[in-house]
Ligand binder design. Structure first.
Ligand SMILES: [Zn+2]
Length: 234
């Protein structure tokens, strides 16, 4: 079974991530969160645009209610249904941006903090790949799981396998990598296409769900830590 791996930043890389210039851009942009000012300045050099998502409309959507387990519903069933829905939504979003995510523009699946996601083959060996190839692996891997009757049973009476939650966690981690790459490498294109509100809303929903069922560890979300901190509280 394949897998993924995030190259954790070394202390030097951490330092680069905390580069004052980076923080400065981020701070300036985050301060505009609820203002009606123009689009944030895009810094091509840093290539990151952690624009603040957030507006009051989002916070009124009631994501907490939306993600809570409804009474009488089996939790595994609820996790499965929502995971399929998130996979489809993230896939559609990435698909809309895929013309910008090419082997040339994205030779690696980059993310904030000088992270570069690499795929692991069936033998656990790292496969060096471009971002589009990495996300092809991600999509195929998740698709194979979702269509595997032994993992996501659709027939009445069939049970979810032991360790089901760990597979859900892995899917969430992979989907988070898609978010991280989109925000890091393609946010200016997302802005140009005026799809930023959709992206922020999708991330808010995704993070609210993952918090509700503890699907992501703090180290998983560290790449988008500052952005996530600015998301509306459900
Ligand atoms: Zn890309």
């Amino acid at each position: 079974m394949g897998g993924c791996q995030s190259a954790e930043p070394s202390s030097a890389e951490e330092a680069a991530y905390r580069n004052p210039a980076f923080e400065d851009v981020e701070e300036k942009q985050l301060k505009n969160v609820n203002s009606k000012s123009k689009k944030p300045v895009v810094d091509a050099k840093l290539n990151i645009h952690p624009t603040p998502p957030l507006n009051h409309k989002n916070s009124q959507l009631g994501f907490k209610d939306l993600v809570s387990l409804p009474p009488g519903i089996d939790q595994a069933e609820w996790l499965a249904t929502n995971t399929i829905a998130f996979f489809k939504m993230v896939n559609v979003f990435y698909g809309a941006m895929s013309e910008f995510c090419t082997a040339r523009s994205c030779p690696t699946a980059s993310a904030p903090g000088d992270r570069h996601y690499t795929w692991l083959d069936d033998n656990g060996k790292k496969v060096k790949c471009t971002a589009p190839l990495y996300f092809d692996y991600v999509t195929s891997y998740i698709q194979d799981l979702l269509t595997d009757e032994n993992v996501f049973p659709t027939k009445k009476g069939c049970k979810f396998p032991n360790g089901f939650i760990f597979l859900i966690q892995k899917i969430f981690l992979l989907l988070l990598h898609v978010f991280a790459h989109l925000y890091w490498a393609h946010y200016h294109q997302v802005l140009d296409m005026e799809m930023h509100t959709h992206l922020h809303t999708l991330l808010t929903h995704f993070m609210t769900f993952s918090r509700e069922f503890k699907l992501l560890e703090p180290q998983d979300t560290s790449a988008l830590e500052k952005l996530i901190a600015e998301l509306p509280k459900p």
